[in-house]
Design a binder for this molecule. Structure first.
Ligand code: ATP
Length: 237
């Protein structure tokens, strides 16, 4: 079943068109990745979905509901959690307090407690540092915290904006493994925006290639990994 659908989205910054006729579908249970170079419009796509950058035309449908012109907070309530680029955690709050913030919309105390334990199982390093201030964590750990905080919302879909950006190679590998695990074990649907096309396609089911604000290619991740054009332009082979 289609969980998230974008139908012919057009988004502008003033007179500059950033997105041209973007259509894509994320099925429930999938990892779908949107790859593309710097400035292709990946972040704008996420901001459009979240209602932060309003679309000029087209529709965005979540779980059968038209969310195109809804306020961002309403969209969050409906089950879209975004982990923005640059992992904006609360540096003064402890790891546990940061995670509690992720659950602010929920009132099921027992469920929150269980999810906290689950997140700590997923990220043992966060469990070890649960009383430490977020700002004292390494870049990779802060990315883990940002993802975990979004998971505490129990979202229908998790949107990730370049989770590997600025991380040491060893953490990059780890973060992608964890995203795969979240999808498999927690059954969380993931929409992943990445410049690291190889790693993203490795864990995704399906991919879209964005170029100059338009979808250039859409295929299974496997086919995109084998695609000559993609290999030359995005995989450096
Ligand atoms: P990056 O990897 O750098 O995040 P991206 O693929 O996410 O790139 P966007 O940030 O979505 O690309 O930018 C798409 C286009 O829109 C770019 O040409 C960019 O310069 C332009 N753009 C982005 N934000 C704004 C803004 N606030 N005002 C004007 N133009 C913008």
């Amino acid at each position: 079943m289609a969980l998230l659908t974008l139908n012919s989205i057009q988004t502008f910054y003033g007179n500059i068109q950033a997105l041209r006729d973007i259509s894509l579908t994320v099925e429930e249970g999938e990892i779908v990745t949107l790859i593309g170079a710097n400035g292709a419009g990946k972040t704008t796509t996420l901001m459009s979905i979240c209602g932060i950058t309003p679309v000029r035309s087209g529709t965005i449908v979540l779980d059968g509901k038209d969310i195109t012109r809804m306020a961002p907070n309403k969209i969050v309530e409906l089950g879209i959690a975004q982990v923005p680029e640059g992992r904006r955690i609360f540096p003064q709050l402890t790891v546990t307090e940061n995670l509690d913030m992720g659950a602010f919309l929920r009132s099921d105390k027992e469920g929150i407690r269980r999810d906290l334990e689950e997140v700590f199982e997923l990220f043992p390093r966060l469990a070890e540092r649960r009383h430490q201030q977020g700002g004292t964590l390494s870049g990779g750990e802060q990315q883990m915290l940002a993802i975990s905080r979004a998971l505490m919302m129990r979202p229908k879909i998790l949107l990730l904006d370049e989770p590997s950006l600025g991380l040491a190679p060893i953490f990059v590998q780890h973060i992608f493994e964890i995203i795969g695990k979240i999808n498999r074990e927690r059954k969380t649907t993931v929409f992943l925006v990445e410049q690291n096309a190889y790693m993203a396609l490795k864990i995704a089911h399906k991919g879209y290639v964005l170029q100059n604000g338009a979808i250039k290619l859409a295929d299974t991740a496997e086919n995109l990994l084998a695609n000559e054009e993609v290999r030359k332009a995005y995989l450096g082979v």
